[in-house]
Design a protein around this ligand. Structure first.
Ligand code: ZN
Length: 277
């Protein structure tokens, strides 16, 4: 049995502040260790539960944050970016039985510690077929096309509540409770590691591939914080204006939808100007 861990950083233990997750800052250096502790706890829990293989896919920013040398020797990790499935790279080869979203967070424009969807602040909302979408929801729909269940989600308490919507059966661990976008009531790494390990062990029982879900069409609507960003997004073929600072597009599969999303966010990032956005 093989488990894939998609590891994001904003939802890690003790992380509440932009500098905590911005590569190169002293705070990020410190928080890498906390992030690694959460991920390794999940690795240990899945191995306790009977997994033969655990693969970690780094999913935050440059995707070079976790401390490989502190992970259990039985795990392997995809580090670095530019991967066809981005946050859920590794799920597409037909050998993954379950996926965990570790260190996840809530979506752009909603409450939650460091809430955003892919772009730190240019996106103010993302909707999938009319429903507000977090990275967790989008990635859950992608992995469903490969017949892989989401078995574990960790993050703040609101991330767990969000996951109740897209992965009701998955085990959830709140490593902190939301106070504001940049503040949380945090629990210590020793305590959250124990919680994550125990939940991952239980969650292993949920692993098992099912028939791939064919659920299209998927219509995405994106709202930006500035008009030039929605305008530049329409450079991507198939992406059309849909209201003030909004664009929309429809894809037949989530694979296509997430790749178009990547094209839009890449081109929009290039149009963001310092301070003014
Ligand atoms: Zn994220």
């Amino acid at each position: 049995m093989k488990i894939l861990i998609s590891a994001d950083m904003e939802g890690a233990t003790g992380v509440t502040w932009p500098a905590d997750v911005l590569p190169g800052t002293p705070q990020w250096e410190r928080c890498r260790s906390l992030f690694t502790s959460d991920v390794n706890a999940a690795v240990l829990g899945f191995l306790d539960g009977g997994a033969d293989e655990v693969l970690i896919n780094e999913a935050h920013w440059s995707m070079r944050n976790l401390l490989l040398e502190r992970l259990d020797d039985r795990a392997q990790m995809i580090t670095g970016r530019h991967k066809s499935l981005s946050m859920v790279e590794g799920v597409q080869h037909g050998d993954v039985d379950g996926i965990a979203f570790v260190g996840y967070h809530t979506g752009a424009g909603t409450e939650g510690v460091l809430a955003h969807t892919y772009l730190a602040n240019s996106l103010t909302g993302v909707w999938l077929n009319g429903a507000r979408a977090s990275e967790g929801l989008l990635n859950a729909r992608v992995v469903a096309e490969y017949g892989v269940p989401v078995v574990l989600v960790t993050g703040d308490d609101l991330t767990c509540a969000d996951a109740d919507g897209y992965a009701p059966d998955a085990h959830k661990v709140a490593v902190k409770d939301h106070v504001s976008r940049y503040a949380a009531v945090c629990r210590t790494p020793a305590r959250t590691a124990a919680d994550i390990r125990a939940a991952a062990k239980e969650a292993t029982a949920l692993a098992g591939r099912y028939e791939p879900v064919v659920g299209g069409p998927f219509t995405l609507e994106l709202e930006f914080d500035a008009t030039h960003l929605s305008e530049v997004a329409t450079v991507v073929p198939g992406v059309a204006p849909s209201g003030e600072r909004r664009v929309t597009y429809t894809s037949g599969t989530m694979y296509e939808a997430i790749r178009t999303f990547k094209a839009v966010t890449t081109i929009v990032s290039a149009a963001v100007e310092e301070q003014y956005g």
